[in-house]
Write a protein that binds this ligand. Structure first.
Ligand SMILES: Cc1cc2nc3c(=O)[nH]c(=O)nc-3n(C[C@H](O)[C@H](O)[C@H](O)COP(=O)(O)OP(=O)(O)OC[C@H]3O[C@@H](n4cnc5c(N)ncnc54)[C@H](O)[C@@H]3O)c2cc1C
Length: 338
């Protein structure tokens, strides 16, 4: 079924709850609806496909069409003595799928517990947490290709997954593929991944079920991150910057020591954006209707659901300016601005 609503308020379908209207909001619940919906769109009208709206900031009203998949379904499509392949509808909540897997003692995605958003976007974003990422378990992605006007299957290797990155986010394919289902591979054999420091000390002996890991992950997350159903946010607002040797030297000079978190990585040194923002004094800061989460300065919140996009952008710019001024480092947003 396809439902269409004109002049739709998007704050109800994004976790940040920032007011913005779109010209038209369309929701559908089967893959065959996709080419039909696309055929009804005028070529000059802007179009975006969203998931659970947990990584989005609409910076103003969006005059175009916002489309959302309500395709559900979690189906085992292949099974061996050691693993199962499961096809999951793009509109399923990722965390519902993880709960489904944990309840059946299937391993592989339990570390991703508690991440908001839907299964379709999990394959776009390559969601990750606590040492695991979606790409570790994705077999293939089923999508509708808007350019070729046909349904396609993209193998995991061809998705070119990187840190919170995939071909679906890159220029060539951005907005081109509409994902309707994702096939995940889950293990029947215990495969706990508890090497991440925040988890390691919680398991002196290896966990025997994925539900134990799920519970631990959710507890750790709840101790740091705001629950988007209670405190609106879009999660980590900034990416962790990767800086040059010279920039790192400058940070060491400003700090007077090198005992802050920094990690050698491809292309330079990664410094946690949360640490940089914290050092600039932003943790818990509030300006007007927006604030920096008091337990994790990487998260900008809309505490009373009254914030506007311009207040968020003002705070974003103020944080960026202070980090640039103190450390000479430019932060880039993780949250997609539309
Ligand atoms: C409190 C909080 C904590 C978070 N913690 C984490 C974390 O630990 N790790 C992490 O990786 N992320 C985290 N996030 C970010 C967010 O949850 C993920 O990026 C998530 O995958 C976004 O899913 P979504 O369904 O909300 O997608 P949206 O935000 O709606 O969209 C994200 C992108 O996917 C595209 N898209 C969505 N659905 C489809 C589809 N069917 N076909 C094609 N393109 C599509 C959109 O166009 C957009 O580009 C957090 C967010 C919040 C609010």
């Amino acid at each position: 079924m396809i439902t269409t609503r004109q002049n739709f308020e998007l704050s109800s379908v994004t976790t940040f709850a920032i007011p913005a209207k779109c010209g038209c909001y369309i929701e559908y619940d089967c893959p065959e609806d996709i080419p039909f919906i696309l055929s009804t769109l005028r070529p000059d009208v802007d179009f975006i496909h969203i998931g659970g709206g947990s990584n989005l900031l609409f910076t103003s009203d969006f005059p175009g069409v916002v489309v959302h998949s309500a395709i559900k379904g979690i189906e085992v499509i292949d099974e061996t003595p050691s693993e199962v392949k499961v096809m999951v509808g793009a509109g399923e909540k990722m965390d519902d799928f993880i709960l489904w897997a944990c309840d059946r003692r299937l391993w592989g995605i339990e570390n991703l517990s508690g991440i908001p958003g839907e299964v379709g976007a999990s394959a776009v974003q390559n969601v990750g947490a606590y040492g695991s990422e979606a790409a570790d378990a994705i077999v293939e992605v089923n999508a509708y290709d808007r350019e070729r006007e046909e349904f396609v299957t993209i193998e995991c290797n061809d998705c070119h997954y990187g840190y919170r990155d995939s071909i679906f986010k890159r220029q060539e394919l951005r907005g081109c593929m509409i994902i309707h289902s994702v096939v995940y591979r889950l293990s029947k054999e215990p495969k706990p991944n508890i090497n991440y420091p925040a988890l390691k000390h919680l398991f002196p002996t290896p966990p025997s079920t994925p539900s134990q890991v799920r519970e631990a992950v959710i507890n750790v997350r709840n101790s740091k991150l705001p629950d988007p159903t209670e405190v609106p946010s879009a999660g980590s607002f900034f990416k962790n910057p990767v800086v040059s040797n010279e920039q790192l030297e400058h940070v060491i000079e400003v700090e007077g020591n090198d005992s802050f978190p920094h990690f050698n990585t491809e292309g330079g040194w990664k410094i946690p954006a949360a640490w940089l923002i914290d050092r600039c004094g932003w943790k818990g800061h509030r300006s007007g209707n927006v604030a920096v989460w008091h337990l994790q300065p990487l998260v900008i919140i809309n505490p009373d659901r009254n914030a506007t996009a311009s207040e968020v952008l003002d705070l974003e710019n103020a944080i960026k300016a202070s980090v640039r001024e103190r450390y000479g480092i430019t932060l880039n947003p993780e949250v997609e601005h539309i």
